[in-house]
Design a protein around this ligand. Structure first.
Ligand code: DC
Length: 212
């Protein structure tokens, strides 16, 4: 079984992806980490994320086995990832890895922006998460504070809006729901309620009651 989860920045895709994978005994790939790792390599090389040539070299050299979520979660890396991910040449390099990850038995849960539309258009279940920008900024602010760092809600909200705009309006693989995706609005839900709702969607789809 392949489960595709897409949605905007800070919509809870990663947490939902890992919990669904655990529940169904599937492998999990947070595809945002791939773009984040490319962005970090560009920044580490002392180049701006707009430097396409360096980004393509970094994508080709990416060590998929060693993606350090802890290091890659920094907001500055997320913003740079949103910039490098708009280069078609970078996406082309990363697409193959994601598709072969999804294809290996017993299947996988992948989360990102273009899983249901480009990476796994034949996924068994597609879920598209939505939540208001304000709620996502509140969650991100809490995460940062939990790590013991200072968080500026207004700056985080502005950053989320900029990333939404860039990820949604780029010409290649923009963030958008696949026609057969199930929309799940998490604005009013805590993480346990989101997971229950997602499992209901998967079960309904498997038993033929869903649209997917
Ligand atoms: O989900 P995230 O915040 O970790 O993603 C970081 C950036 O990577 C996001 O702003 C856009 C890009 N991305 C993408 O273009 N396609 C994906 N499948 C996953 C992430």
């Amino acid at each position: 079984m392949i489960i595709a989860i897409d949605g905007p920045a800070a919509s809870g895709k990663g947490t939902l992806g890992s919990r669904l994978a655990q529940h169904y005994g599937l492998r999990h790939l947070d595809t945002g980490l791939l773009y984040r790792a490319v962005a970090k390599a560009v920044l580490d090389a002392g180049k701006p994320p707009q430097d396409k040539a360096t980004a393509v070299v970094a994508a080709r050299a990416l060590d998929h086995a060693h993606l350090d979520r802890h290091v890659l979660q920094a907001d500055a890396i997320g913003t740079a990832a949103s910039i490098v991910s708009a280069f078609p040449e970078v996406r082309a390099v990363l697409v193959e890895y994601q598709r072969s990850f999804a294809a290996k038995p017993p299947g996988a849960v992948l989360d990102g922006r273009d899983i249901g539309t480009v990476i796994a258009p034949n996924a068994d279940v597609k879920i598209f998460l939505v939540a208001s920008a304000e709620e996502r900024a509140r969650r991100r602010t809490k995460d940062v504070e939990k790590r013991g760092e200072r968080a500026d809600f207004e700056r985080i909200l502005a950053d989320i809006r900029t990333r939404d705009d860039r990820d949604t309006n780029r010409p290649i693989s923009p963030l958008k729901p696949a026609p057969d995706a199930h929309l799940l609005d998490t604005t009013q839900l805590d993480i346990d309620a989101v997971i229950r709702a997602a499992i209901d969607i998967v079960e309904a789809t498997r038993t033929g009651r869903g649209r997917g």
